[in-house]
Design a protein around this ligand. Structure first.
Ligand SMILES: [Zn+2]
Length: 267
């Protein structure tokens, strides 16, 4: 079975000389540009209450740890796939499907923390810096499920003309998991939500028959990440290995999202 992929790929000319470092200001400018393109093409949920919630959660994870003072913005996408992605400059997109699959606040925080870490660790920006010398337009892809994106197919939402598809290295993913766990702990939430969310994903993949063959079967991404993040949590000081797991506000947010009418797809 072909796994449906949700990804946004967009191009932009960075317009810098080779090897130049992209400044925080340039990153903000690019991010804003990307976010405008994405928001014009994806079914972004505009419900004020749901948006207030995801932005409060995101800010509680991001603002304390971001030394660059980015203008963080969190968006909900009306897409059933379990996915999320990040855009340089601090724009984080979370699919409705992911929120609905999360059973607790800390599980959702695990994903959001991971995406925030891709931005604070400048993973996309560093790729752009490397690409400038050979004149490739900047690309973004932060896919919460990197194994999906490496298939290079699926329902790729192509927002640009010819976009080279960047993907984060295994190292970047591991770093985003490790950093993300720190942010979750700092916000007083339970870091175990992150491996728990991987477990949900793994169970879903198995129930879809995804373990039966193909790329996903040969790249047991979730299994590795469950093991690795559990080990990272064991290395934390004992008082940081637990925290708030859930809240009534999260459950209300989830119920509200579930009840919203479908968002029309922009044309
Ligand atoms: Zn990632």
């Amino acid at each position: 079975m072909r796994v449906k992929m949700f990804a946004a790929v967009i191009t932009a000319s960075v317009g810098l000389g080779a090897c130049a470092r992209i400044s925080t200001q340039q990153e903000a400018q690019m991010g804003q540009n990307y976010a405008q393109q994405i928001n014009a093409q994806l079914p972004i949920i505009r419900d004020a209450e749901a948006n207030a919630y995801i932005n409060r959660l995101g800010d509680s994870l991001a603002v304390l740890v971001d030394t660059q003072g980015r203008n963080w913005q969190f968006f909900l996408v009306d897409d059933p796939e379990v996915n999320a992605f990040a855009v340089p400059g601090g724009y984080i997109y979370v699919n409705k499907g992911l929120v609905l699959r999360a059973q607790t606040l800390s599980q959702l925080a695990g994903v959001v923390g991971h995406e925030i870490a891709h931005v604070t660790q400048r993973h996309s920006v560093q790729q752009m810096e490397k690409q400038q010398g050979i004149g490739i337009g900047a690309t973004l892809v932060c896919i919460w499920q990197p194994s999906f994106c490496q298939q290079g197919g699926g329902d790729l939402l192509n927002l640009g003309a010819t976009a080279a598809m960047a993907k984060f290295s295994r190292n970047d993913e591991t770093e985003a998991d490790r950093e993300g766990l720190k942010y979750i702990v700092r916000a007083g939430l339970d870091p175990n939500g992150m491996p728990e969310m991987f477990e949900i994903l793994l169970a879903e993949r198995r129930s879809r028959g995804g373990g039966g063959g193909g790329f996903l079967a040969s790249h047991p991404m979730e299994e590795d990440r469950i093991r690795n993040t559990r080990a990272m949590i064991q290395q934390l000081p004992p008082d940081q290995r637990s925290g708030t797991r859930d809240s009534e506000a999260f459950q209300r947010f989830k119920a509200r999202l579930a009840a919203l009418p479908p968002t029309p797809r922009p044309r």
